[in-house]
Design a protein around this ligand. Structure first.
Ligand code: NAD
Length: 334
């Protein structure tokens, strides 16, 4: 069992606390630390766990640090944990800037400590259900719409929400980004609250993403269009659907799912609609347990610090493209 300490016990930190307790075969919870000492004391009493007076004292007593503080503090807290020779789980996004992320990658390599980034959607049952399904999208459409919540508005909607889909898209497209176009509007906060981005990959695949935190309803959908299939993921409902086209004479049409005949300009076809089964999972517990496994087996993290860097780097390109677009809107001559 690995000794773990939690830094940051705000909204998400308290959920992490419960999940660490559930992951009892992987971790022994040693204590918590929060910059807000009153909050730390309250949470410590509620969860019957020790609240440390400083981060340094907690780090000295553990092997793994779980960082659930605001994004603007990730760099300093993760740096301190790595310098204290601890493995780290850090909530997404990895850091606020690419330079900070680069420094943490270098530090994790030097200290030989594992860092996992909390791109929790990788553990969404809708995505896990695609294991065994051949995914080679030509076109990806992602919508992540959320009702307004002042929490998280210290960063733009790209770093707050779209980054989840950027990580998924980078994983699924599995190629280098060749071009980025984006536009966005700051509606209620100081930074863009709604952003649309078009990402082109070197192999010609295109992803079109929309993220909003000023929506009247919540939606998290990713749709993948490929040569022989349409795959739809509902990350909120945690369901996926795979619609695949088969030749009328095909002998490999899966038994599970529904079949419909279809007349096409290329002759008879069969449409096969399947909902790959997805069991209920606690995604945060899973991601924390996955880090423990990586540490024990000396294997790379499921969502590595480099993955966190790639998502952040793409988020930065999108934010730059949004700023560029806004400049042109205000000054069409520019
Ligand atoms: P929050 O504001 O509710 O909680 C943050 C806590 O960190 C507060 O209690 C604050 O006192 C404490 N804190 C601030 N600076 C600190 C420091 N230097 N050292 C120790 N404690 C410090 O925020 P939250 O909503 O819990 O978000 C925390 C992180 O989780 C953010 O990075 C956010 O992007 C991420 N997040 C991820 C998801 C997800 O889906 N994976 C969802 C929400 C938030």
């Amino acid at each position: 069992m690995l000794k773990i300490g939690l830094i940051g016990v705000g909204h998400l930190g308290k959920i992490h606390l419960k999940c660490i307790r559930l992951a009892r075969e992987a971790y022994e919870l040693v204590g918590i630390y929060d910059a807000d000492a009153e909050l730390a004391a309250r949470v410590a009493a509620e969860f019957r766990v020790r609240a440390y007076p400083t981060a340094a004292e907690l780090i000295a007593d553990v092997e793994v640090v779980d960082v659930v503080t605001p994004t603007s503090t990730h760099f300093a807290v993760v740096k301190q944990a790595l310098e204290g020779n601890c493995h780290v789980f850090v909530e997404k996004p990895l850091t606020e800037t690419l330079e900070e992320a680069r420094q943490l990658i270098e530090l994790s390599q030097r200290t030989k400590r594992t860092v996992q980034v909390g791109h929790v959607e990788r553990f969404n049952p809708a995505l896990l259900a695609l294991e065994g399904v051949s995914v080679r999208p030509y076109f990806i459409e992602a919508h992540r719409l959320a009702m307004f919540n002042p929490r998280g508005t210290d960063v733009s909607v790209v770093l707050d929400l779209m980054i989840h889909d950027l990580d998924i898209v980078l994983k699924l497209a599995d190629d280098e980004v060749s071009d980025v176009r984006a536009s966005g509007v700051a509606v209620l906060s100081e930074t863009p609250d709604i952003v649309n981005a078009r990402i082109e990959f070197r192999n010609g695949a295109v992803a079109n993403l929309t993220a909003s935190r000023v929506s009247l309803k919540n939606m998290r959908k990713v749709r993948l269009f490929q040569r022989d299939a349409y795959i739809s993921l509902d990350l909120l409902e945690k369901e996926s659907q795979v619609v695949r086209l088969y030749d009328a004479e095909a002998t490999d049409v899966p038994e599970r799912g529904q079949q419909f005949p279809l007349e096409t300009p290329r002759g008879h076809r069969i449409i096969h609609v399947d909902q790959p089964p997805s069991g209920p999972v606690n995604a945060i517990q899973m991601e924390l347990e996955s880090l423990a496994r990586s540490i024990r087996e000396g294997k790379p993290a499921a969502v590595s610090i480099e993955d966190g860097y790639r998502a952040l780097s793409l988020a930065q390109r999108i934010s730059d493209a949004v700023a560029d677009n806004q400049r042109r809107l205000h000054d069409p001559q520019a």
